[in-house]
Design a protein. Structure first.
Length: 245
């Protein structure tokens, strides 16, 4: 079974402000998108701003519900899972967001930030969480001493490493990464992408990588879907799409 299988995904947003004037106008963010990610493979979703990329990320992480269509995680219909089963399924699917500062709570230590997915699963003690958070930090090239620091003490690239450490802590099979390097300087981008590539090889992690930048996708993915106005208009190997760009 694929890790992730998305079939005919549709998401239309109603604009409530306009309801007084008859049928609400719809923003047709996704209009029937299908793709799948097999174990050990990584898929890129590229497209210009407004093409529907973040909507896909939110739906796949169950932060939002589709208008229609099905998302299967390891064969299970994500939006049909009871809350508890969804919480357990989350172990296999983690997310890394674009803005590493915004997504790291400034009042929490790195230890608590990185351990948060374990805390949410509720199966480990504080001591176990501390140990696993330390392992995760080391896996992304940070130090055990960093567990006691706060996000503002780190550079942008280091903060994104912390966000990756948090995603790694449950040993996920798939990481959904929404613009994971676009807030970083170009030289730092390459370091973070190299780290993500190492993790892919070392732990067999798959990425669903969302980016406006084909070069970023080319670094990590063996397949790309090009999204335009909520539809996949092209798909193939990134090098192949590069040749046509
Ligand atoms: P991308 O990530 O490719 O920039 P998005 O998925 O953020 O695209 O947005 C796709 C379309 O859906 C855009 O036209 C956007 O304005 C619209 N949209 C996204 N979220 C909402 C929302 N909560 N309500 C209304 N429209 C939205
Ligand atoms: P295990 O510890 O289950 O035998 P491995 O032998 O694959 O797993 O890994 C050796 C070490 O690598 C582990 O102790 C752990 O620190 C780290 N590791 C393994 N998988 C991951 C992962 N997905 N994320 C972060 N660290 C990992």
């Amino acid at each position: 079974t694929p890790l992730l299988e998305v079939t005919d995904l549709v998401r239309h947003y109603a604009l409530p402000r306009e309801r007084l004037f008859g049928t609400p106008p719809m923003v047709k963010a996704l209009n029937g998108v299908s793709f799948s990610v097999r174990p050990g493979r990584s898929l890129g979703i590229v497209g210009e701003s407004g093409s529907g990329k973040s909507t896909i990320a939110r739906l796949v992480m169950a932060l939002d519900k589709p208008t229609s269509g099905v998302i299967r995680l390891l064969g299970e219909d994500l939006h049909a899972l009871p809350k508890d089963a969804l919480r357990k399924a989350r172990r296999n699917f983690q997310m890394v967001f674009q803005d590493p500062y915004g997504s790291l709570d400034p009042r929490q230590t790195v230890e608590r930030i990185v351990a948060e997915p374990l805390e949410a699963l509720g199966e480990t003690t504080r001591a176990q969480q501390r140990e696993l958070a330390g392992e995760s930090l080391v896996a992304v090239g940070l130090r055990l001493a960093d567990l006691h620091k706060y996000p503002h003490e780190f550079s942008g690239g280091q903060r994104q490493r912390i966000a990756i450490a948090r995603a790694l802590i449950t040993r996920p099979k798939l990481i959904v990464a929404d613009e994971p390097v676009s807030a970083l300087d170009v030289s730092v981008q390459a370091q973070v992408l190299n780290l993500m590539q190492d993790l892919q090889q070392q732990y067999g992690i798959s990425y669903l990588l969302i980016s406006h930048d084909l070069a970023v996708v080319n670094h990590l993915c063996d397949e790309v879907c090009v999204l335009h106005r909520g539809l996949v208009v092209e798909r193939g190997e990134p090098q192949h799409l590069f040749a046509h760009a």
